[in-house]
Design a protein. Structure first.
Length: 279
């Protein structure tokens, strides 16, 4: 069963267009949502959640249509991004007391256990929390109403490697029961290498690819070779080619491997795939 189904989501601004975005996520998995800054990741999330109203498109979450079953959808999701503005002047307890009223399945017991697990003090002001602790607090809010789908907008951005690793492990634990899922929007691709089951890649408002991680990485190969071996015909096959004093390097489709017999060929990381695609 799909926990998330996005179909033909579009939103037009004067200088940007989200163009018929479609993808889906199965229950019990983590999907990485990648693309460079300005590619449309946040616009997609905001349009999905109706923080901005899209021009067209359908979204269903946990079997509920977001237009027809708004209350059921909001009980099914947890959105994690940044805490600023209004919340900065409030204590954790104050924000929690406001938030819990909106969820019919809120559990005080779960919330208290998570506060202890994350070492969060209810009497602290939001403005005094580190970036990592803000993310953990938002996760505590989401998990306390048993959000079936966590939607994360750059949750590890700006965090140190240890804090990022702690969150990645937390995300893996959250989906381990097969009943919870995560849509993880980020440009920190190394975090997704550790935890993502699926990848959806957006570029200039359009979905380039949406598939499982193994299939995504298996489509491409890195090539390194001498300049004299890079004929015009071969050059046309190289994605994001970079020529330098010692030769060239780039990325090719795996199906073109036999054309590059004189080159060194290696398997790319997801980050390398994105870098070469964006060149």
């Amino acid at each position: 069963m799909n926990i998330l189904q996005v179909e033909n989501l579009s939103k037009t601004y004067p200088t940007f267009k989200l163009d018929n975005v479609s993808f889906s996520l199965e229950k019990g998995y983590i999907m990485g949502f990648i693309g460079r800054n300005g590619a449309g990741k946040t616009t997609t999330l905001k349009s999905m959640l109706r923080f901005v109203h899209p021009d067209c498109g359908n979204v269903s979450i946990n079997g509920f249509d977001i237009e027809k079953d708004e209350f059921a959808v909001k009980n099914s999701i947890g959105f994690v991004s940044g805490l600023d503005g209004f919340y900065n002047s409030k204590k954790i307890k104050q924000v929690t007391d406001i938030t819990k009223k909106f969820f019919s399945n809120w559990s005080d017991e779960t919330y208290k256990n998570l506060l202890e697990k994350f070492n969060l003090d209810e009497n602290k002001f939001i403005k005094n929390l580190s970036a990592g602790m803000k993310v953990k607090y938002q996760l505590a809010l989401a998990m306390s109403h048993d959000a079936k789908l966590l939607i994360l907008d750059e949750p590890t951005s700006g965090l140190d490697p240890v804090s990022r690793d702690e969150l990645v492990i937390l995300f893996q634990d959250y989906v381990a029961d097969g009943e919870h899922s995560i849509l993880f929007s980020t440009h920190v691709i190394s975090d997704l290498e550790k935890c993502a089951d699926y990848i959806t890649y957006i570029k200039k408002g359009k979905i380039l690819d949406s598939c499982d991680v193994v299939s995504f990485k298996d489509k491409y190969l890195l090539v390194n070779g001498k300049k004299e071996d890079l004929t015009d015909e071969l050059k046309s096959k190289v994605i994001g080619v970079h020529e330098h004093n010692f030769g060239f390097e780039g990325m090719i489709l795996k199906s073109d491997k036999d054309l590059f017999t004189k080159c060194e060929i290696t398997q790319p990381s997801m980050e390398e795939i994105m870098v070469h695609t964006e060149r």
